[in-house]
Design a protein around this ligand. Structure first.
Ligand code: BMA
Length: 329
């Protein structure tokens, strides 16, 4: 099995799979890697994205404040485990002043595309929509137009053009705690005007795969493999105690990524650990980033835990492709 996109990352955070573990993904033994107090005023640090940067790593972090506002903060790390997150939120520049107005920002993803780091996030503009920006240094962030009309969440860019088009996954939503949601793909020639919208996949409304019966949404930027684009996504079940967020995987066609080749019937990961079950929003695992090492096939997944802290889990491309195909719906 091969990872086709990305680079060699010999310093990828990594722990071998414990001998007793029979799961395709295993948590870092030191989880959570970032606690509530990730920066000066933070109430919680979760649903954040990281990438390799210079000789270490950089990230865009969701730090909800102690007045309970949502914003994005740059952070840096030498090893991918220990993070210095800035105390002041990212100041986005360059866009039309109408677009630069800040309501709220959360749940960033980062995609390395044509030598720049593109950030997409849930951007408040009369309701949630998809904000976009790029940076080269994680100091200056150039904002682009919002990609879509409200209401939308979970905008995730592919790491390269496909058949001449930039592609982005998203999940149209409502202005609240959306009790529905399917994944769509949109295309653009310039990262400003998005169209040619295609349906990717829906919820599964039966106990055949009930963990993903309320809504589904894309997680980290898709990983290109020789079996297709590997998508790690979240799926939600409505219980008598509220929403439960779990994680699944899919393999999308390399040339027409709205076509689903395989999709997991069983969940890959669920809130099992105390820090995933207990927090400001209990029972949430929410992946937003995956580091990959092209040479070894290792993957390090960063995910939000109970909307409170940030966790790290390890897997490999072989594990995930095998899991997706074996348990496909
Ligand atoms: C979603 C988003 C996520 C959050 C999840 C669970 O609607 O707000 O940021 O993790 O709900 O609360």
């Amino acid at each position: 099995m091969h990872i086709l996109s990305g680079t060699s990352l010999p310093n990828i955070p990594w722990e071998d799979k414990p001998q007793s573990c029979t799961e395709p993904i295993w948590r870092f033994s030191g989880n959570p890697i970032i606690g509530r107090n990730g920066n000066k005023r933070s109430n919680s640090v979760f649903n954040s994205a990281v990438v390799p940067f210079r000789d270490g790593f950089a990230g865009v972090f969701r730090c909800d404040s102690r007045s309970i506002s949502m914003d994005l903060f740059a952070g840096f790390s030498k090893d991918g485990y220990h993070w210095q997150i800035e105390d002041d939120p990212i100041v986005f520049e360059d866009a039309d002043p109408e677009i630069l107005k800040k309501e709220y920002r959360y749940d960033a993803r980062i995609t390395m595309l044509e030598g720049k780091y593109y950030i997409t996030w849930c951007n408040g503009y009369h309701g949630p929509t998809i904000g976009a920006a790029w940076t080269e240094d994680f100091k200056i962030f150039h904002q682009l137009e919002n990609a879509f009309l409200p209401f939308n969440r979970n905008g995730v860019l592919f790491p390269r053009k496909i058949n001449g088009m930039y592609m982005m996954l998203s999940r149209p939503s409502d202005n609240g705690h959306t009790p529905f949601g399917d994944i769509y793909l949109s295309q653009s020639k310039d990262l400003e005007f998005w169209g040619r919208h295609r349906f990717v996949f829906s919820t599964i409304k039966s106990d055949y795969s009930a963990w993903q019966s309320t809504k589904v949404g894309p997680g980290p930027a898709p990983i290109e493999t020789d079996e297709g684009w590997l998508l790690i996504y979240h799926g939600v079940l409505t219980t008598c105690n509220g929403y439960v967020y779990r994680v699944g995987t899919a393999l999308l066609d390399l040339d027409e990524p709205w076509k689903v080749k395989y999709r997991s019937r069983d969940y890959l990961m669920a809130p099992w650990e105390l820090y995933e079950c207990v927090g400001d929003v209990p029972n949430v695992v929410f992946p937003c980033a995956a580091l990959t090492d092209k040479d070894t096939g290792r993957i390090a997944v960063y995910y939000g835990c109970a909307d409170t802290v940030t966790g790290l889990a390890f897997t490999t491309i072989d594990e995930l492709v095998q899991f997706t195909k074996q348990h496909s719906v």
